[in-house]
Design a protein around this ligand. Sequence first.
Ligand code: ADP
Ligand code: MG
Length: 266
Amino acid sequence: MHQELQALQPLLEVKGVTLQYKTSELLVTATYRVDFNVYNSERFVLLGPSGCGKSSLLKAVGGYMPPVEGTITLNNERVTKPGPDRMMVFQEFDQLLPWKTVVENVMFPLVASGKMRPTAARTQALYYIDKVNLTKFADNYPHTLSGGMKQRVSIARGMAMEPSILLMDEPFAALDALTRRKMQDELLQLWDDTHFTVLFVTHSIAEAIKIGSRILLLTPHPGQVKAELNSLPRALQNTAEQQVLEDKINNMLFIEQQATAEVFHG
Ligand code: ADP
Ligand code: MG
């Protein structure tokens, strides 16, 4: 019984989370009473249209944005500030320090957080650089790398910290389609290897289906939970199967806007 309960204990608990931005004139509600749980080794995807509050939710889980309502707990502890147990990978390619090499970039948080001394940090960094297939480029500077390679470095840097959860905010959105697909495959291979827990944000239905073991659908602004898709297959057998699922999600997500658009176009 006790073991069962332990197994069911979520790693990350997001409960009734409302997020707002306040400026002197404006109050923007980004999300409204959002609930979800992420369990160990899940690939949990937040999917919704642009502006529905996905990045805000990730910032809140990262400890950068306090909820005005609701709570966020990780490993049974309230999230109140950023911490090394939550590492973030962003969409932008300029997340790396340009004056540091690949290995120095990956080592940096390990040393800065006091987690490791430089020698051990270098070994750990090289291990994860190898996992993202960049060993040959360990001593390169970021400006010599392609966008995809820079994102691999950011992923290695996040993973090297061995966080409880890796937070990824549209990490492949700025890549060309071919590289994007390759990076998705690589991320899944990496997951097969280490079973890390990831909270992955995207507005692409196809990407959500490919990456996610579970998907949370959010409504347009302000983001509310529309549906939770559980027990998704690890890999869809064929494109027809994929299309069916994509259509289903598309209908769930966009049915209201489609109706509006039809009216609009008369
Ligand atoms: P998403 O990542 O899903 O595109 P965001 O979390 O970035 O959505 O934004 C959610 C809402 O909050 C949007 O309406 C956006 O305009 C607003 N927003 C985001 N950042 C700020 C900010 N710094 N100040 C004011 N409003 C913001
Ligand atoms: Mg965003």
